[in-house]
Write a protein that binds this ligand. Sequence first.
Ligand SMILES: [Zn+2]
Length: 201
Amino acid sequence: MSLLLDLIFPRSCYSCHRPGRYLCLHCQSELVVRSIRPPQRLPLFRYHGPIKAMIHDLKFSFISDLVPEFALLISRTLKTKFPHLLEYWQEENFIIVPIPLHPYRQNWRGFNQSELILKELAPLINLKYQNLLIRSKNTLPQTQIKDKALRHTNISSAFCAIGHNYKNIILFDDVYTTGSTTKSAISCFPKDTNIWILTIA
Ligand SMILES: [Zn+2]
């Protein structure tokens, strides 16, 4: 399928438009890698330029071929820029967990992009992947709610955790926006759970 698509729509770099892949190695090396935010949050890249366009196309244009591209990019960035953090996650047996979409949205979109990326990413970085969260309310997409307070109401208690026996967890999402989605996900776990947040942007 991928080969066929390559013939119909030849891949080219989202940044320099050179043919070959979605983000050529040169443009990958030009990406500004961000730093860890307190308390334990790592947004890897700025949400702009090729990263923004790739995330948008993955979500809304169903270009699922972007999934392995993102998995490789995240894995390479963690290994080269955050080797000690990655080692710590591996040694302490962190479980990496996608922040889910509501079933309604998942159905409409066809897939949860965070989950698809994680399935490919987890083995590349030697971490165990598990679905521990389900959405409990039919919340509106965050981008459709302009008011900040309403946005929080919309997302609070939106998730339920399926398992409580995990001490070390990394929550993964594509984009960290207001943080209310993440806060809601965090609130599902016992207070003493050691939680890291990893997002593409
Ligand atoms: Zn390029």
